[in-house]
Each structure stands twice: as C-alpha cells, then as structure tokens.
Design a protein around this ligand. Structure first.
Ligand code: SAH
Length: 341
C-alpha cells in the first residue's frame, strides 16, 4: 500500500483525480495530516464515510511506533522509530531558546564512509521515502505536543544520495498547507556530492545548504572522507561558488575539529585562504569521539583560538553547541546501536 504522506500537495491532487475524487479533497486531507496530525483516516470527519473507507483501503498513514526514547539533561530527546518494515531510524529533537529544531535521518545507514562518523558503522539498507522523512517531524510533534520550527537534514544518511525524496519532503515540510516550516528554517547538510549541489541551485527552494568540509587539502580530506576522492576540494568549491552566484544564498561550511589533525592555526590559515570572499559562514563542530575512532576532540582552548583566528580574518565562524552527547545524540553519534549489537 502507498504511504499517503509520500505525496506533495500537487501530487495528491492528481492522485485524488485518479481515484475519481475532486482535487480539493487533497487540501482537506493535507490539513488533517499536517495540521491536525490525525493518526487515522476515520478522524477526517469532513470526508464522507465512503471516501474514508476508500482511502483506508488504498493508503497507509505510516504512523511510527517509538521503540525507544532517551532524554538528555540538556532537554535534547533522541528517538528510535520503528519504520514499519523491521528497520529503525534515529531522530533528534533539540531545544534552543529560539525554538525547537529537529535533526532528521534521510537513509537507513549511509554509504559515505566518513572515518569520524558513527553512522559509518552500520550497513546501508535503503533510502527513506519522503513520507518517512516527514513522519519523523509529525511523530515528534505528536509525542511532545510542541511545535518544531527548524529542520536539519543531519541525521543518519547522505541527503544528496536520496535527492528526489529529500527535495519532495522539503516541499511538504515547507508548504503552507503542509507543515508550514519556512524554507529558511530548513538546512540540508552534504558530504559534498557535487552534481547535486548544481541541481539544488536550480530548484526554487530557499533552504540553507551546509557543506561538510572538515579539511582544506585533498590528502587530509580524503583521509577523513572517502567521498573526496570522487569530488575533490577544487570541484566542491567551484560548485559552491556557482550555488552562491545562482541563489545569492550563504553557504554554511561545517568543520569538525579533531585534535592534532585539522585544528592548528596553519589549518585555520588555509581555511581563510580557501573561503576568502565567499558568502559563507563556518560552523565549527567539536568532534565527538566515536567507538574505536581515531579522532579525538580538540581542546576548548584550541577550538576558541581557531574560531577567533577565522573571525579576525574576515570569516564568520561559530562553535556548534554540543547537545545530547550524554545520550549519544550529538553529531556523528547516531547509529542503530541496539540493532547492530
Ligand atoms: N551526510 C551529511 C549529514 C551528516 S551529519 C553530511 O555528511 O553532511 C551532520 C554533520 O556532522 C556533518 O558535517 C558531519 O560531517 C558531522 N559529523 C559526523 N560525525 C561527527 C563526529 N563524530 N563529530 C562531529 N561531527 C561529526
């Protein structure tokens, strides 16, 4: 059966026509799903009993079960959702003073193989459908009763390796009749699949693009991220410049600081050189050490020095707050731990 949450509004209108219904039914259904957040077709009381039955027979609403929920002392919650085919995914809710942010997964497992990321330790199983991506937000809002105002595609998986479903999910998340979360409050993070950066620049979506850079020379970046062999730094930067030119939007570069690897002032100097004059921002992430990982976290002193060097040399840089590290919910700590063990 098809998951009704896989359709964006235009597609659902077409779908309704195909089953002999008026297109406005799609808007009614959207309202029930994304605004009222009902869990059954039966609750859609402005639809006839007959139509509710028809929908029930043709589609599923794909409600997730919470397999596990862990709450950090900083208020962050990590969910393990059962995605109904025997697999599970992790989603993290982060509470900031400016609102709630959700970190969603885009795939079950990841193919990228970044050496510092725990998601690398799990086999790639499959990509999530757009409905399965969107469901993470609905399920967290249902569970907490709190509104989510920001969405980051920084959970398990490489969003650009599941491009079409991620873009379609964004259409549903962003639509005023969908979850109605402003595009500027949606970020996609990529390890650097260059062709998709060009593709995103052509879409009419005002979301934020984050690039996992982490190093400024090919040798070091390849040693951390195998994807760099396919798309080296020069090609990545060319695509980023093209993206900025076409969209006039700022790119956020993520740089995870690992002790004695990429965290000294010479690295900062090279980073300034690489990014000089670009419309961008650098997000420094204190690296979270993973089980059997070879990278250690930089000292706070080094992290601050690195940030200050960038800021003093014309590159806006901030340090990402570490949320949820006590429950393995921080950057790079997501994995289906219990399924793997
Ligand atoms: N696949 C996407 C999203 C991944 S996670 C990407 O690669 O961008 C979001 C960010 O966390 C990425 O910048 C990723 O490189 C970073 N990250 C992964 N493991 C980490 C770790 N152990 N410590 C700190 N940051 C990490």
């Amino acid at each position: 059966m098809k998951n009704i949450k896989d359709y964006n509004l235009e597609e659902l209108k077409q779908e309704m026509q195909e089953i002999g219904e008026k297109p406005f039914r799609a808007e009614q259904i959207f309202k029930w799903i994304y605004q009222e957040k009902v869990k059954t077709f039966d609750e859609m009381t402005n639809l006839s009993l007959e139509l509710r039955k028809k929908l029930e027979e043709k589609y599923t609403l794909c409600n997730y079960n919470i397999q596990r929920k862990q709450e950090s002392k900083d208020g962050t919650i990590k969910y393990l959702f059962d995605v109904l085919d025997g697999n599970a995914i992790e989603t993290v809710l982060m509470r900031y003073h400016h609102g709630n942010s959700i970190c969603v997964s885009s795939q079950i497992g990841c193919k990228m193989g970044c050496k510092f990321c725990a998601s690398t330790g799990i086999n790639f199983i499959r990509s999530l459908t757009s409905g399965e991506i969107v469901e993470q937000i609905i399920a967290v809002e249902q569970d907490t009763g709190e509104k989510i105002s920001n969405v980051v595609f920084m959970g398990i998986g490489e969003p650009f390796d599941n491009y079409d479903n991620v873009v379609n999910a964004i259409k549903i998340i962003n639509h005023p009749k969908g979850l109605n979360i402003g595009a500027r409050h949606i970020s996609i993070s990529t390890s650097g699949l260059v062709p998709k950066i060009y593709q995103l620049a052509e879409e009419n979506i005002q979301c934020t693009l984050s690039i996992s850079l982490h190093a400024t020379d090919n040798e070091k970046r390849s040693s951390m991220m195998p994807v760099n062999d396919a798309y080296p730094i020069e090609e990545l930067m060319k695509a980023c410049k093209d993206y900025i030119k076409k969209t006039n939007r700022r790119i956020s570069f993520e740089y995870a600081l690992a002790k004695d690897n990429n965290d000294n002032l010479e690295d900062a100097k090279q980073l300034v050189k690489l990014l000089k004059g670009m419309l961008c921002h650098v997000n420094l992430i204190p690296i979270n050490k993973i089980e059997n990982g070879k990278y250690d976290k930089s000292s706070n002193e080094n992290i601050m020095k690195f940030r200050d060097y960038l800021n003093d040399h014309g590159i806006v840089a901030t340090i990402r707050r570490e949320l949820g590290s006590d429950i393995d919910a921080a950057c790079g700590q997501l994995r289906r731990k219990e399924l793997r063990d």
